[in-house]
Write a protein that binds this ligand. Sequence first.
Ligand code: UT7
Length: 335
Amino acid sequence: MTSIEQSASTKRVGITGTGSCLPDRVMTNRELESIVETTDEWIQTRTGIRERHIAGPDESTSDMAAQAAFRALESARVDPEHVDAILVATCTPDTIFPNTACAVQEKIGAKSAFCMDLSAACSGFLYGMEVGRGLIASGQCRTVLLIGAEKMSTVVDWQDRTTCVLFGDGAGAVVLQTVEGERGVIASSLGADGSLGNLLGIPGGGSRRPATAESVAERLHFIRMEGNQVFRHAVVCMTEAGRKALEQAHMAPTDVDWVIPHQANMRIVRAIANRAAMPFEKFITNLERVGNLSAASIPVALDEAVRDGRIASGQTVLLVAFGGGFTWGALVLKW
Ligand code: UT7
């Protein structure tokens, strides 16, 4: 378990702009009924998902990331040439290498930025927040562009009803800079448990099981998940990470105005609300419209809530995430 606490004497790092991109095409649960043996009723009652956005064949992760990035830079009033670093959290990169962040750099014209991808599955955005915060706090960067972007439709097995109904495509971006006064990131808590990596992941395509005709025939290049076990760990780890981050921030759950959880299943979100004794109304959710967006989940929900005015200046926001690895984290910030 790691954490970085903000020293009182230094300026805080905060989010100065947000943006998101969802592909135009919407796939409803009804449409899925014609692809696998499922029903709209099962999906809605077991997950809360009604529909998801699916990228087109020519729309890559970096295309969605670049659109989200343009919008975030515009809202932060930052010229792409003034971005010092681009971090892309993704488990569906355009290619294994070069990284997706380099593709985004080229698409948005951020010529001065160094670029890297971050792999922490659904927790990738929160891990990226801490890497970006560290880069700025150390004086290495003034402006970091952090993007969570996923084309999950390319890694779900469209023959496996236990996973293909869950995920969607999209990207969310934030601009990180130092901010004035009380605003910015107050505390965070990140964690991981590599011993449980076998419960959620893509077995093939890496150096352990490189692509072969056999690996393709065995469908090893698609997501495999032990849903029930992942569910239980997700609830416990996200609740605990949130508690730790609030403790570090010297805050109580009642001090939090909004919680943005990683959106995998509405039952998980409700279970966290119950365990943390926080009203469900404080949880910002868009799962019903977008499905599980993995690393893009939190920044897309954040952008929507900032743009529609729910998240307002001076409010306290708690972000919590959980994903393959296992990885998890929570972060408290003042908007
Ligand atoms: O983002 C990273 C973290 N990911 C998560 O947090 C996901 C966590 N897991 C979950 O959200 C849930 O475990 C699932 C949504 C994946 C599954 O829900 P569940 O309530 O745990 O269902 P289950 O796996 O216990 O399956 C119950 C039944 C099974 O049938 P039998 O064996 O009882 O006859 C499944 O075969 O539901 C069946 N089932 C389906 N039926 C219709 C599984 N998927 C479907 C489906 N449509 N799409």
